[in-house]
Design a protein around this ligand. Structure first.
Ligand code: ZN
Length: 304
């Protein structure tokens, strides 16, 4: 009996190890915790996006907060195992829950939270709280500990953040995926949030999405110099990801516009576009038809 007790204890320990957040080093001073693909669930604890830590002599700078304070605290504790220095800044690439909802942990840590100025509006007008309540209903047990927080510093034009001898550029690229998109340049890398993805369907259904502007943003990023693009989901990306993202957005826009012009209703358009050249991509079943639906409506009222 005692032997089994020990065996189970070992299994429990192994299991808890496999559960621990695993950080990967992707460049000299850059580390990532990489979430899984999918929607939030009790099993994945909402860990379906990336958080990056940039190490400076003065302390850590973090890009994106993950979905919950619990996950964010784990990430912070893993960073401190690498180097036990303070977390100075959290920069949020956009207001979606898997990038913003862990932010409370950074306030507890004494870090300054930096976000686009529209994220402050999102917070102040109570929209963040509404989205949270929706998320709690939609994904029970994942977001209990979340509390939206206000950014300490807001961005509405390009700024240079100086940390010791390092300069980090924060560049608003809104509206595109949302009206809060920031691109961050550090160590020669570009942190692009969900503006760029590769073989993972981007979400085109945010209330503030502007897909036409998004295509322009992709061109802008394409003209910039970078070693790799570091996104909100998945692995580091090269220029092929810009093309892939552009191709997908273009595909949805062009096909929806064509079928709409033929006089088809939204459900008929969805039926026609159920299959597409992108159907082997990750998150296809979750996002693609919703994207068709949203772009159908977006095209009704699009500014030139
Ligand atoms: Zn997003």
């Amino acid at each position: 009996m005692r032997v089994w007790g020990i065996v189970w204890a070992l299994v429990a320990i192994l299991f808890s190890f496999s559960e621990a957040m695993d950080l990967q080093k992707i460049a000299r001073n850059i580390y990532v915790a990489k979430g899984t693909y999918g929607l939030p669930s009790k099993e994945n604890r909402g860990f379906m996006s990336n958080s990056y830590g940039i190490l400076t002599r003065e302390g850590w700078i973090v890009i994106d907060a993950l979905s919950t304070p619990e996950l964010a605290r784990e990430f912070i504790s893993e960073l401190k195992k690498i180097k036990n220095v303070p977390v100075l800044y959290l920069i949020i690439t956009h207001y979606h829950m898997d990038h913003y909802f862990g932010a409370k942990a950074y306030k507890e840590e004494g870090a300054k939270v930096i976000a686009h100025k529209n994220l402050k509006v999102f917070y102040e007008e109570g929209t963040a709280q509404m989205v949270l309540e929706g998320a709690r209903k939609g994904f029970p047990g994942v977001f209990d500990d979340v509390e939206p927080v206000a950014p300490d510093m807001v961005i509405d034009s390009k700024v240079k953040l100086r940390v010791g001898r390092k300069v980090i550029e924060i560049i608003p690229m809104t509206p595109a995926h949302t009206n809060t998109d920031l691109v961050i340049r550090a160590e020669g890398y570009l942190f692009v949030g969900d503006l760029v993805s590769y073989k993972r369907i981007p979400f085109l259904g945010d209330r503030n999405v502007k897909t036409k502007r998004w295509l322009k943003v992709l061109d802008t990023i394409g003209k910039m110099k970078f070693k790799k693009l570091l996104g909100g989901h998945g692995d580091p990306m090269g220029r092929e990801a810009l093309k892939w993202t552009r191709d997908y957005i273009n595909f949805v826009r062009t096909e929806v516009a064509r079928l709409k012009d033929e006089g088809l209703f939204v459900d008929e358009v969805k039926e026609k576009l159920k299959e597409s050249p992108f159907k082997d991509s990750k998150m296809y079943d979750v996002f693609h038809l919703r994207n068709v639906y949203f772009v159908f409506n977006e095209l009704d009222m699009e500014l030139e």
